[in-house]
Design a protein around this ligand. Structure first.
Ligand SMILES: Nc1ncnc2c1ncn2[C@@H]1O[C@H](COP(=O)(O)OP(=O)(O)OP(=O)(O)O)[C@@H](O)[C@H]1O
Ligand SMILES: [Mg+2]
Length: 400
């Protein structure tokens, strides 16, 4: 990576927009980045793909270390100007939700509001409710981090509280995402959200989320839709004009995160007779008797290991490789099909750690899970996402 150094003069009131990778240092004058006044001791690392906008409060000079990919631009105007002005109305408030479409600047606005709170000596936490592209933790999780110092990129924060929602999109498990967020929305907190904002379903989900958080203010990046209104202050800010991430980018970001969460973890035997299974149809239902097994055998042509009545349907677990007929009201799960299913292992305080199912012995109810959870979990929450060998994920439709 070729690195070159540039010294840039920035007139008072102008912006230096730097798209990373780059390192920036203030040499003289006065400048601000996302609400933080820079000192000459700060070396700001601009990550790849991200754009930071430095504003000169006086005539200033900045040193920028650049690579071939870095883009540096001096501009008369940047949205950061309006963001800081708008956010000054909500500094110090207890719960503030930041919402808007994907790539509209939610996470950058969250960081800016955090920094403005630190300027006033307020203690503040960040709660990331985006289960698909969390900055604070792994996909399927909702996490909270207490902020100890100024922050520009939320992934630099370290989350202390984790909840497993079992999904990478709130549309599949709205209640689980909402209740996870609700359990963490305490103290002074800035809540970053996902970009699912259009349509009736999205609106209903966001209304549920807002009701659970009960915010003092909602900040919307763009023109606020109907669901953003309520008994709270509403601040509309212009969206950023930054680079968009494609579906493919998002998928590969998730893959890397799963790898980080699970690679190198050990396998753990969990006895589901002793450890409470949550959100599991199979392990929380009375298992069917011989008569039911026999009637399912007549329907599908093979005798299942276990059968579980499930609403108007029946779940049947069969031996791997069994030849069975597909029939309407019997949901068949082959032994081994559970491999890759994500679960959350909970401790006494309700903190949850990601795990990946290796194998379930349905008869003994012993489950082998790959996880970095230490000790014996209090409970296991089953999810709806399955990973393949290469860590790509898929929503799993069958009941667990
Ligand atoms: N002041 C700014 N000027 C120009 N670009 C910016 C500015 N602030 C942020 N950006 C860029 O805009 C893009 C989106 O920003 P950000 O990640 O904060 O948005 P988001 O709404 O949280 O996105 P996501 O939906 O992926 O969570 C990023 O590439 C970011 O670097
Ligand atoms: Mg974001």
């Amino acid at each position: 990576m070729l690195i070159e150094h540039k010294r840039i003069k920035l007139e008072q009131g102008k912006f230096l927009e730097v798209t990373g990778p780059a390192a920036v240092r203030l040499v003289s004058g006065e400048a601000v980045l996302m609400g933080k006044r820079l000192s000459d001791r700060d070396v700001v690392i601009v990550p790849q793909w991200r754009t930071y906008a430095f504003k000169a409060l006086r005539d200033s000079e900045l040193d920028v270390s650049v690579t071939k990919e870095t883009v540096v631009k001096v501009a008369d105007y940047n949205v950061a100007e309006e963001w800081e002005r708008g956010l000054s109305e909500v500094v110090g408030l207890k719960r503030v939700v930041i919402a808007g479409p994907t790539d509209s600047g939610k996470s950058s606005v969250t960081a800016t509001l955090v920094n403005l709170n630190l300027n006033e000596n307020y203690e503040v936490s960040v709660l990331d409710s985006d289960v698909g592209q969390s900055n604070l933790c792994y996909p399927t999780m909702v996490c909270k981090a207490r902020v100890k110092d100024y922050v520009f990129t939320l992934s630099d924060l370290e989350a202390e509280e984790h909840r497993f929602t079992g999904t990478i999109t709130p549309s599949v498990e709205r209640g689980r995402v909402v209740s996870s967020v609700a359990s963490l929305a305490r103290g002074r907190v800035v809540v970053d959200t996902d970009g699912w904002v259009d349509g009736y379903e999205a609106g209903c989900y966001k209304q549920e989320l807002l009701r659970a958080v009960s915010p003092d203010a909602v900040v919307y990046l763009g023109k606020a839709p109907w669901w953003a209104r309520g008994p709270w202050k509403l601040v509309e800010l212009p969206p950023s004009t930054g680079k968009e991430r494609s579906r493919q980018d998002r998928r590969s970001i998730r893959k890397n995160k799963y790898r980080k969460a699970l690679e190198g973890c050990k396998s753990k035997d969990i006895d589901l007779n002793e450890v409470q299974p949550l959100f599991s149809v199979i392990f929380n239902s009375p298992w069917g008797d011989e008569a039911l097994k026999e009637s399912v055998r007549e329907l599908i042509g093979v005798k299942p290991l276990i059968v579980i009545p499930w609403g108007t349907k029946v779940i049947a677990v069969v031996k791997k490789g069994s030849k069975y007929k597909k029939v309407k009201d019997v949901e068949v799960i082959e032994e081994g099909e559970e491999r890759g299913l994500l679960v959350g292992l909970g401790d006494k305080r309700g903190n949850e750690t990601l795990g990946e199912v290796i194998k379930i012995d349905y008869l003994s109810k012993i489950m082998k899970v790959k996880t970095c959870f230490k000790g014996r979990p209090e409970y296991v929450a089953f999810g709806r996402v399955k990973l393949s060998e290469d860590f790509s994920d898929k929503i799993y439709k069958k009941p667990f």
